[in-house]
Design a protein around this ligand. Structure first.
Ligand code: UDP
Length: 485
């Protein structure tokens, strides 16, 4: 049976950075565009974090949320799958569960919206006569690279991968090799092949949504939109629909970190966090601790136990984690900084911290949700990218938008490949103390306003979702007419 309203099923792949924007898109479709919405969540065993996030998210009573049974990675073959491989495995393993869940629904969805990792669900969606959409919870620049990859000049691509020349994507800033994506480290092997396959699936979808807006990335937005004009090579239109970020809810209960921020002067605290998954080595954490202390600025730092791999925290279960920061931070650090700093283990209410008037800067790994949250709260950044497309995001923030200063890794010296304490101190002071931070705030103020305009009635992102809604409504009406005779 088919509903009369368009009914969107949103499939979120594992990881808070994927789930949070998907929930925001669901809320937007429901509250502004008349969709019925069901969100399917592919969970790992870190479902405690998942449920905490869902609890913090407003309007949930009207969103239908289905958490699919968690996938157990321990039984999967192969040694140490990478983060991306784990996400892909989880998505494939979840397909039968998704299928039976949709089969059992009285009012089946008419549209499937997946993130970058969910295109494996398209064949199933087409069997159910659902239209297919991809939601890029990231920049138009990264989306353009991904969309253009099947048609990109092969010789130029080889020169990028093997001679480290910039990757040229029509209409966009070139991607420097130092900022490149994992698939461009080698053109042979499963990473590149998987990326290419995902890209081919994405361009075959009925439409592509991107969590950005025209005024933030004018050139890249134009480039992705042009990929669909006159059916050039994307089958469906491209819709910039952002900035979709979590709203800050009125405080219901005592939250220690927010209470602490209440007692600090305006814009005096630098917030340090590497997203839901970022981790660093013990040496790097010690340098960062020293850098913070030497900067003489107030701080809130979300810490995770040190790991050699930069993505180890991705499926970390907050409820299971310990609180032993003193064991791996420099001796006496917590005691020496207790008047001016707060170390928060594992997870903090980031949206609320960035929205707090005492927060004046953000040391970030440049995950796209963090970037948008920082822009919309007018918080200048120290860009410290770790993995995925974060280096491109850092370059966008520093070089194209002028709202961040970027951390440089020291290649040599006693401490190994780390960002050194002197560099960290200098970057923090540039954002928090120097005139540079003031100028960044002025630019951020403009970007924030333009983001709000994009989402307001008749704004570019609002209109994008109206156009997409119209297509989905027509399709539902068509199916209904067909069913009637
Ligand atoms: N986040 C949070 N508390 C934390 C770490 C992360 O609330 O301690 C939220 C953050 O506000 C953002 C998301 O988790 O909405 C992380 O997404 P992002 O794209 O920034 O990075 P990712 O985790 O995907 O690398």
């Amino acid at each position: 049976m088919v509903t009369t309203n368009p009914h969107a099923a949103l499939l979120a792949s594992p990881g808070m950075g994927h789930l949070i924007p998907m929930v925001e898109l669901g809320k937007r479709l429901l509250t502004h565009h008349g969709f019925d919405v069901t969100i399917f969540i592919v969970a790992t065993d870190s479902s405690t974090t998942t449920s905490q996030i869902l609890k913090q998210t407003s309007n949930l009573s009207s969103l239908n949320i289905v958490v699919l049974p968690p996938i157990d990675f321990s039984s999967k073959p192969g040694p140490n799958p990478s983060l991306g491989e784990q996400v892909v495995i989880a998505m494939i393993e979840s397909l039968p569960l998704l299928h039976s869940s949709i089969m059992s629904m009285k009012l089946r969805p008419s549209t499937l919206i997946v993130d970058l990792f969910g295109t494996c669900a398209f064949p199933m969606a087409r069997d159910f006569h659902m239209s297919t959409y991809v939601f890029f919870a990231t920049s138009a620049w990264f989306s353009a690279v991904t969309i253009y990859v099947p048609v990109i000049d092969k010789e130029m691509e080889e020169r990028h991968v093997y001679s480290h020349e910039p990757l040229l994507v029509p209409g966009c800033e070139p991607v420097r090799f130092e900022d490149t994506l994992e698939p461009f480290l080698s053109l042979v092997g499963p990473v590149y092949e998987g990326y290419l396959k995902a890209s081919q699936d994405i361009v075959s979808s009925d439409g592509i949504l991107i969590n950005t807006w025209q005024d933030l990335e004018p050139a890249s937005t134009k480039a992705v939109r042009e990929s669909s004009i006159l059916g050039r090579f994307t089958k469906g239109p491209v819709y910039p629909v952002g900035p979709l970020v979590r709203n800050i809810e009125p405080r219901q209960e005592h939250v220690a970190v927010l209470h602490w921020l209440d007692g600090q002067p305006a814009e005096s605290v630098i917030y340090v966090s590497f997203g839901s998954g970022g981790t660093m080595s013990e040496d790097q954490m010690k340098e960062l601790a020293w850098g913070l202390e030497l900067s003489q600025q107030r701080f809130v730092w979300v810490v995770r136990p040190p790991m050699e791999d930069e993505t180890s925290g991705a499926f970390f279960d907050v409820a299971k984690g310990g609180d032993n920061a003193a064991a791996y931070l420099p001796h006496g650090f917590i005691e020496r900084t207790k008047e001016t700093g707060l170390v928060v283990p594992l997870w903090a209410p980031q949206a609320e911290i960035l929205g707090h008037p005492s927060t004046g800067g953000f040391v970030t790994h440049c995950g796209w949700n963090s970037v948008l949250e920082s822009i919309l709260n007018v918080v200048p950044m120290v860009a410290w990218p770790l993995y995925a497309e974060q280096k491109m995001n850092a370059s966008l923030l520093e070089e194209q938008l002028g709202v961040a200063v970027r951390a440089k890794v020291a290649e040599e010296g006693g401490t190994g490949r780390v960002v050194r304490r002197e560099e960290i101190t200098m970057l923090i002071r540039r954002v928090m103390v120097d005139e540079e931070g003031v100028n960044m705030r002025k630019k951020l103020e403009e970007l924030k306003k333009s983001g709000e305009v994009a989402l307001s009635k008749f704004g570019s992102s609002y209109e994008s979702l109206c156009q997409m809604t119209k297509v989905c409504e027509l399709r539902v009406q068509g199916s209904k007419a067909k069913a009637q005779g």
